[in-house]
Write a protein that binds this ligand. Structure first.
Ligand SMILES: *Cc1c(COP(=O)(O)O)cnc(C)c1O
Length: 375
């Protein structure tokens, strides 16, 4: 096997889940958001581990029905909410077959879910998403009254949750916007109750809302980033301790001493300024190491920091180890993670490449084997 791999500390994910539970208190449920293969960490492995540790989350959150099906096939027992709803009636049928609760954000989805429920001779629960300012999924508050009247045609469908999503819970300078979203949501919830419906779940908050907007906790929060130990999408006033769960590793597969003035990699983007010891790493942008990390990235080797030199290419990347004493073929190199006193977090790497931690771990490709550790 090519020596490039990611290590995922499942125990840290479990601890991060516990820390989130502790933060919100006993009366509020926590959804472990493990969509997109658990932000690249491995959804099935996380679900299985948490349930085996007697830490079965109150909910799992996935984006797609197919992600929910994968979890059920892996044996997950906890309730699963499909944040992205379902696509047409065949998927509504799958939601019932695999015990997935869909989010509904269009009137016609009621018809599809109703047909699926009738075909199964059952009632089915759903959560209604309201667009309070994200302008993505959700019905508009102005459509709520029509929606509720329309819902009366479907006695087999149960409105069991009402949710919205905050656009900038992590930007406290935009707290007016967040406050308006929360107020709009609460007005909608009142309207639903006045209509005589009693949805069991009210939820508004992602990780940033969970940490910074206690008035937006409802009785369920949806935590993704927190679970993986990411804090770069939280407002600066967060008060929770979580630990990153994923690290990314490779090994030197070639070492080469080159003279000063040598061009490294594609496009002659780097020339050595001295005689240099250059190491080739078997990792590139096909693995999820972004090409805009070229010439700015840093890696950890033998407890020291070494720079990425030249362009990150598809399968290979070069680093300068001239100053790393004892660097030799086969040495382990850490791209994300800790090594002695030095660390290169996904957050740091993300800041250097103009993105957020989520995109980096989501972008780790299937070509990178995941190794699961529990301590
Ligand atoms: C992904 C997602 C979340 C989780 O967001 P984090 O910032 O990772 O906590 C919450 N709610 C919805 C609707 C989402 O799509």
């Amino acid at each position: 096997m090519r020596p490039t791999w990611a290590e995922i500390r499942l125990d840290r994910i479990a601890n991060n889940y516990k820390a989130t539970k502790q933060l919100v208190g006993d009366s509020i449920q926590v959804m472990a958001v493990i969509k997109a293969n658990g932000y690249g960490h491995g959804a099935r492995e996380i679900a299985t581990y948490l349930e085996q540790q007697n830490l079965a989350p109150d909910w799992f959150g996935v984006a797609l029905a197919e992600e929910g099906i994968q979890l059920r096939e892996a044996g997950a027992k906890s309730p699963i909410l499909c944040l992205g709803g379902f696509w047409q009636e065949d998927q509504a049928l799958e939601c019932i077959k695999y015990n997935l609760v869909p989010t509904i954000y269009r009137f016609d989805m009621l018809e599809s879910l109703s047909k699926a429920a009738k075909a199964n001779n059952c009632q089915w629960k759903f959560h209604l998403k309201i667009d309070t300012g994200m302008s993505r999924l959700g019905i508009l508050p102005s459509e709520l009254s029509d929606f509720l009247n329309h819902l009366k045609n479907y006695p087999e469908l149960i409105l069991d949750g009402v949710m919205t999503h905050l656009a900038s819970a992590d930007e406290l300078e935009k707290s007016d916007f967040t406050q308006k979203q929360i107020k709009t949501y609460k007005d909608c919830l009142n309207q639903i109750r006045e209509f005589g419906l009693k949805p069991s779940f009210q939820h508004i908050s992602n990780s940033a809302g969970t940490c910074s907007w206690p008035q937006a906790h409802g009785n369920l929060v949806r935590a993704g980033g927190l679970l993986y130990g990411f804090t770069d999408t939280l407002a600066p006033n967060f008060a929770i301790t979580v630990a990153p769960a994923l690290s990314l590793h490779t090994r030197i597969i070639l070492l080469k001493r080159v003279p000063s003035g040598t061009s490294l990699g594609y496009c002659n983007s780097f020339f050595t300024k001295r005689e240099s010891l250059i190491a080739t790493l078997p990792i590139g942008y096909d693995d999820g190491l972004r090409r805009n990390y070229s010439n700015i990235g840093k890696v950890l080797i033998r407890g020291q920091i070494a720079p990425i030199v030249g362009r990150v290419s598809m399968d290979l990347t070069l680093i300068d180890v001239t100053d790393v004493e004892g660097a030799k073929l086969g040495d382990e190199v850490i791209l994300i993670g800790e090594d002695g006193d030095n660390s290169m977090s996904a957050e740091k790497m993300a800041a250097m490449t103009g993105t957020i931690s989520y995109e980096l771990t989501c972008g780790l490709s299937g070509r990178v084997p995941r190794i699961y550790l529990t301590e």
